[in-house]
Design a binder for this molecule. Structure first.
Ligand code: NAD
Ligand code: UDP
Length: 310
C-alpha cells in the first residue's frame, strides 16, 4: 500500500483529494494547521484505518516517521480575502512551507505535486493562458503575497527537481468550486450562492465584465490525480475553459437558485484580473484529461450542499 501526505488536507481541495487517494488505495496522512481549513471536512474519515492526521504548521520543520511515497503540497490560504488577511502566513507557506515539503520529499525519496495557481499569470495579457506564458504580476500589490509566493514555490520545486532529482509535478489550478468551500471564504462561488439563498443583493465587484472559468471539484481532482501518476515535470493547467463574465455568473446563480436577489455593484479589488481562461491543450495531450461536469450540474450540486448551511 502506498502512502501519500496531503498538506492542507483539511481544506476544500485537500479533503476532496484525500477521498480520491483513499479510493485509489493509498494510505493518507493529512497535515494542516486549520488556518483556513475546516475540521468538519475530515469528519467522514474518522475511524478509517487508512487515514491519519497531524495538526501542524508546515512552515515549521515537518517530521513524519515511516515511509512516504508521494506528497501533495496543498497548504496555503487560497481565497483573496484570506490571503489579504494573512499576508505573511501566505508568503511563508508558499516559500518556507514549500521548502519543507520538498525537503521531506527528498529525505523520503518521495514524489511531490505542488498546488500552484492561475494567479501565476497575474492579470494576463495572453488569453487564454498557456503554460508558456510568464504572466503579468504586480509583486507589491495586495495580491502579490499569494502570486509571488506561488511563483517562488514553482521555482523552488523546479530547483529540487533539477538539482536533487526529486520527482516533482506542478499543477496550475484555475477557479474551482464545489461542496466543502467555506460559505464566508470570500470567493465568488460561495459568496453569490450564500447571498442568493438568503435573498440578499448579489455583490458583483466592479462592473462585472471581468471573466472567470469555473471547474467543478471532481473534474479538477481527476486531472490532479492523473498528473500525479505522470512523468511530466513542468506546469500543467487544470481547469474548465468555459468562460463567462462575473455579471453573467451572478445572473446564472440567481436563476438556478430561483432567488429574488437583485445585483449590486461594489468597488473592484486592486489588481483583480480582467480575464481568465485556461488553455488545457497540454493536460489533454499528456493526461487524456478534460472536464466533464458542466456548470449547471456542478452549480446545482454545490447549491444543494450549501442549502443546509446558510
Ligand atoms: P483552503 O483554504 O480550503 O485549503 C487550504 C488549506 O491549507 C487549509 O486547510 C489551511 O488550514 C491549510 N494551511 C494553510 N497554511 C498552512 C500551514 N502553514 N500549515 C498547514 N496547513 C496550512 O483552499 P483550497 O481552495 O482547498 O486550496 C488548496 C490549494 O489549492 C492552495 O494551495 C491553493 O493555493 C490552491 N489553489 C486553489 C484554487 C481553487 O480554486 N480552489 C485555485 C488555485 C490554486
Ligand atoms: N467577486 C465578486 N463578488 C464577490 C466575490 C468575488 O464580484 O463577492 C469577483 C472578483 O472581483 C473576481 C471574481 O469574482 O473578479 C472571482 O473572485 P474570487 O475571489 O472567487 O477569485 P479570483 O479568481 O479573483 O482569485
Amino acid at each position: 500500500m502506498k502512502t501519500a501526505v496531503v498538506t492542507g488536507g483539511a481544506g476544500f481541495l485537500g479533503s476532496h483529494l484525500t477521498d480520491r487517494l483513499l479510493l485509489e488505495g493509498y494510505r493518507v496522512i493529512g497535515v494542516d494547521n486549520f488556518i483556513t481549513g475546516n475540521p468538519a471536512n475530515l469528519d467522514h474519515l474518522k475511524g478509517n484505518p487508512n487515514y491519519s492526521f497531524i495538526e501542524q504548521d508546515v512552515t515549521k520543520y515537518i517530521d513524519i516517521p515511516g515511509e512516504i511515497d508521494f506528497i501533495f503540497h496543498f497548504a496555503s490560504p487560497a481565497s483573496p480575502i484570506d490571503y489579504l488577511e494573512l499576508p505573511i502566513q501566505t508568503l511563508k507557506v508558499g516559500s518556507l512551507g514549500t521548502h519543507n515539503a520538498l525537503g521531506l520529499a527528498l529525505a523520503k525519496k518521495a514524489g511531490l505535486l505542488l498546488a500552484s495557481t492561475s494567479e501565476c499569470y497575474g492579470d494576463p495579457l495572453v488569453h487564454p493562458q498557456t503554460e508558456e506564458y510568464w504572466g503579468n504580476v504586480n509583486p507589491i500589490g495586495p495580491r502579490g503575497v499569494y502570486d509571488e509566493a506561488k511563483r517562488f514555490a514553482e521555482a523552488m520545486t523546479m530547483a529540487y527537481h533539477r538539482y536533487h532529482h526529486v520527482d516533482t509535478k506542478i499543477v496550475r489550478i484555475f477557479n474551482t468550486y464545489g461542496p466543502r468551500m467555506r460559505l464566508k471564504d470570500g470567493r465568488v462561488v460561495p459568496a453569490f450562492i450564500g447571498e442568493a439563498l438568503k435573498g440578499e443583493p448579489i455583490s458583483v465587484f466592479g462592473d462585472g465584465s471581468q471573466t472567470r472559468s469555473f471547474c467543478f471539484v471532481s473534474d479538477l481532482i481527476d486531472g490532479i490525480y492523473k498528473l500525479s501518476q505522470s512523468d511530466f515535470h513542468e506546469p500543467v493547467n487544470i481547469g474548465n475553459p468555459n468562460e463567462l463574465t462575473i455579471k453573467e455568473f451572478a445572473e446564472r446563480i440567481v436563476r438556478i437558485t430561483g432567488s429574488k436577489s437583485t445585483i449590486t455593484f461594489q468597488p473592484l479589488p486592486v489588481d483583480d484580473p480582467k480575464q481568465r481562461r485556461p488553455d488545457i491543450t497540454r493536460a489533454g495531450k499528456l493526461l487524456g484529461w478534460k472536464p466533464v461536469v458542466d456548470l449547471e450540474t456542478g452549480l446545482s450540486r454545490t447549491i444543494e450542499w450549501f442549502k443546509s448551511r446558510v
